[in-house]
Ligand binder design. Structure first.
Ligand code: AGP
Length: 607
C-alpha cells in the first residue's frame, strides 16, 4: 500500500509531485522520493521518513515538467534510503516507482545476476527497472521494454516509469490501483482519486493488465499483448477534496467528532419510516431476491471485518436467515462454497484492500454477486462490485478507522431492516429500528456533551502491559474493535474475548490491577456480562465499564463510562465511541503519532 503520483504537463513538476505525495501519505509513510526529468537528465531525491522530511532534502528549484513520486510502506527490504523509490536502472536510462508485490522477483533477480546485472537494493521493485533497461539496451522501444518485462512477472503492480532519452511516462496497472487524470495540456497519475481532484475531475481508472503511454496532451492505453484500449473517462462527481484538519488537533479527533454528521449522511434518504424499512437504492436489490436469498456472507479486514461481524448478527436477528462474516484473507483461501443465490457483501472504507478484492474475485468467479459497502467513491471494490452502498463518511484520513466503522454499521443495519421487512420483521419493529437509527446521531452528540471519565480510564490503560476487552453478542464484536483501536494507536497488546469464554482461559492473564474493559449495554446479555465482571474483579482486575446512562450497573466499574440508551441492536453505534476516545487519549499520553501509527497504512493494497 504505497502511494504513487506522476505528472507530465506545462507546469514545473516538483511542487505538484510533493503536494500529490502529501495527499497520498496516508497510504504509507516509511520513506519517500521523487524523480524529475528536465529534458536532459533525471534528478532523483529520496529520504527515509515522511514527505516533510523529503522537503528538507529538496533543492530550492528543480527544473522539469515531467516527474514521478512515491511514498512507501515497506514490503520487501527494510526502511532504508537505498530501498526507497524511485529506483533507477544501472545506466540511469530508466527510473520507476512501484506499488505492489512481485512474487517471482527472486527468480528474476537471479536471472539478471546471471547476465551480470546486480541489484543494489533489497526490493522487488528494482528488479523491474533493471529488466526494462536490459530490454531497452537490446533495442526494444520503451513500450516494448515494459511489455516484455511485465509478461514475465507474477504478482501485482502499479507502476510509473520515466525514460531519460524519451519524452514520455509509461504507467501500468495489475492489482494495485492507478488512475489517470486528464487536465488542460497536462496529465496526472495517482494511486487514488484524492489528489487528482485538486487538478481535474476527468479521470480514467486503469484496469488490470493496462499499460498507458502518457504525454501532456494525450495518452494511449494498451494491453500487455499490445491491443489498443479505448479509455473510459469518469467524471468525479463529488470533488472529494482532502478533508482539511481545520482547528482540530488530529484527523482522528476530527473524525471521531464528525460521526454524528457522517451518520446523518449515511442514513439520509435510505430509510422509509412509514413502511419501517430500509431503501438502499444503490444495491438494486429487488424484494424477490431478498426473499429468496438462502444466506448472506460478509467480507472485510480489520475494522471493516468487525463491522461485517455486526452486520452478520443484525442480518440474523432481523432477516432470520443464516449470515456469516469472514476475514477476507481467510475467506479467499478456504475454498468456501459459493451459492449464486446468496447475497455477498464486501465491506471496506478505502475500497482498495487487496485481501477483500481477491475474495470478491473468488466469489465472482464462482457465479456469486457481490455488493460493496464502501466509503471511497469509484474505488476498486466499488467498481468491481458495480452495485452496493456508499457509506458517505467523507474522507477518512486518520489511519485508525472511526467514522467509517459507525457508518458501515449503520448501512448494514439499514440493509438488515430492509431484508427483515421482506420476511418476518413487522412494520412496528421496523419502524422502531428506523426511529432509533435516526436518533443515533443526536444520541452521539449527547454523549459528546459529557464523555465521562475517559482520562481516568486512560490512567489505567497507559501503564498496562496488556489489556483485556470483554463483551457478549454485539458487544463482543465491539470489544474486538476497541482492542484493535488501542493496539494500533497506543501499541499496547490487547485481547478481545467473548465475556462468557474468558473463564475458559484468558482469565489466567489477570493479576492485581490488570485493566479490563467491559462493554455492557442494557441488553438481554447484561446480567451474564455482569458475572464476568465479578469474576475478573475477584482476581483484582480494574474494570473500565461502558454502560448505558442511568443503569445501576455503573457502580460495578472502577471507571464507569455512560452512553445514552438506544435500541439493543444498535448499541455498537454508541458503545464504540468511548473506546475510540480512550484509544486516542492513551496514544496521545504515550506520545504516539495518532494519525500515522507506526508500521500501518490507511489502505492495505498488498496481500
Ligand atoms: C482500522 O482502524 C485499521 N486501519 C485497519 O484495520 C482497516 O480497517 C483495514 O485495513 C481495512 O481497511 P478497509 O476498510 O479500507 O478495507
Amino acid at each position: 500500500m504505497c502511494g504513487i503520483f506522476g505528472y507530465f504537463g506545462h507546469q514545473q513538476a516538483l511542487p505538484i509531485l510533493v503536494e500529490g505525495l502529501r495527499r497520498l501519505e496516508y497510504r504509507g509513510y516509511d520513506s519517500t522520493g521523487v524523480a524529475v526529468d528536465n529534458g536532459n537528465s533525471i534528478q532523483t531525491y529520496k529520504t527515509v521518513g515522511r514527505v516533510a522530511d523529503l522537503k528538507a532534502v529538496l533543492p530550492d528549484e528543480v527544473q522539469g515538467t515531467l516527474g514521478i513520486a512515491h511514498t512507501r510502506w515497506a514490503t520487501h527490504g527494510g526502511v532504508t534510503e537505498v530501498n526507497t523509490h524511485p529506483h533507477a536502472s544501472h545506466n540511469g536510462a530508466i527510473h520507476l516507482v512501484h506499488n505492489g508485490i512481485i512474487e517471482n522477483f527472486q527468480q528474476l533477480r537471479r536471472a539478471l545476476a546471471s547476465r551480470g546485472i546486480e541489484c543494489v537494493s533489497e526490493t522487488d521493485s528494482e528488479v523491474l527497472v533493471q529488466m526494462m533497461a536490459f530490454e531497452l539496451e537490446k533495442g526494444a522501444t520503451p513500450l516494448e521494454s515494459v511489455q516484455a518485462t511485465l509478461r514475465r512477472l507474477r504478482g501485482t503492480w502499479g507502476l510509473c516509469i520515466l525514460f531519460r532519452d524519451h519524452d514520455m511516462m509509461i504507467c501500468a496497472r495489475n492489482g494495485s490501483p492507478l488512475i489517470i487524470g486528464q487536465g488542460e495540456g497536462e496529465t496526472f497519475v495517482s494511486s487514488d482519486p484524492h489528489p487528482l481532484t485538486a487538478h481535474t475531475q476527468r479521470v480514467v481508472y486503469l484496469e488490470d493488465g493496462d499499460i498507458a503511454v502518457i504525454h501532456p496532451e494525450s495518452f494511449t492505453i494498451t494491453s500487455t499483448k499490445g491491443q489498443e484500449i479505448e479509455p473510459s473517462i469518469t467524471v468525479l462527481e463529488n470533488a472529494w477534496g482532502e478533508a482539511e484538519l481545520g482547528d482540530a488537533p488530529h484527523y482522528m479527533y476530527k473524525e471521531i467528532y464528525e460521526q454524528p454528521d457522517a451518520l446523518r449522511q449515511c442514513i439520509a434518504g435510505r430509510v422509509d419510516r412509514e413502511m419501517g424499512t430500509g431503501r438502499l437504492g444503490g444495491m438494486g436489490l429487488d424484494h424477490s431476491t431478498l426473499v429468496q436469498a438462502p444466506h448472506v456472507r460478509l467480507l472485510g479486514c480489520g475494522t471493516a471485518a468487525y463491522a461485517a461481524e455486526i452486520g452478520q448478527t443484525l442480518i440474523e436477528k432481523m432477516g432470520r436467515i443464516p449470515a456469516v462474516s469472514h476475514i477476507s484473507s481467510e475467506f479467499r483461501n478456504n475454498d468456501t462454497v459459493i451459492n449464486p443465490k446468496a447475497i455477498y457483501l464486501a465491506v471496506s472504507q478505502s475500497g482498495e484492500t487487496a485481501d477483500t478484492i481477491s475474495a470478491i474475485k473468488e466469489i465472482k468467479l464462482k457465479g456469486g454477486k457481490v455488493f460493496g459497502v464502501v466509503n471511497v467513491v469509484g474505488s476498486t471494490i466499488a467498481r468491481l462490485c458495480g452495485q452496493g452502498v456508499y457509506i458517505h463518511s467523507g474522507p477518512e484520513q486518520s489511519v485508525a478507522s472511526t467514522k467509517a466503522f459507525t457508518n458501515m454499521v449503520a448501512a448494514l443495519a439499514i440493509f438488515s431492516t430492509q431484508l427483515g421487512r421482506t420476511r418476518h420483521l413487522s412494520k412496528e419493529d421496523g419502524r422502531d429500528l428506523i426511529h432509533h437509527l435516526q436518533q443515533a446521531p443526536h444520541l452521539m452528540e449527547t454523549y459528546f456533551e459529557d464523555v465521562g471519565p475517559i482520562s481516568e480510564a486512560v490512567d489505567l490503560l497507559c501503564e498496562a502491559s496488556s489489556v483485556l476487552f470483554l463483551g457478549r453478542g454485539l458487544s463482543a464484536t465491539v470489544a474486538k474493535e476497541g482492542a484493535l483501536k488501542l493496539m494500533e494507536l497506543a501499541y499496547i497488546p490487547c485481547l478481545a474475548y467473548p465475556a462468557g469464554e474468558m473463564k475458559h482461559g484468558p482469565i489466567a492473564l489477570l493479576e492485581e490491577g490488570s485493566p479490563v474493559v467491559i462493554i455492557a449495554p442494557n441488553d438481554h446479555l447484561k446480567e451474564k456480562t455482569l458475572s464476568a465482571l465479578h469474576e475478573v474483579k475477584a482476581r483484582g482486575a480494574k474494570v473500565i465499564l461502558i454502560h448505558e446512562k442511568g443503569d445501576s450497573i455503573a457502580s460495578e466499574g472502577d471507571v464507569s463510562i455512560a452512553v445514552p440508551s438506544i435500541h439493543p441492536w444498535l448499541t455498537p453505534l454508541l458503545t464504540v465511541v468511548p473506546l475510540q476516545l480512550m484509544a486516542y487519549e492513551t496514544a496521545l499520553r504515550l506520545g504516539r503519532d495518532v494519525d500515522r501509527p507506526r508500521n500501518l497504512a490507511k489502505s492495505v493494497t498488498v496481500e
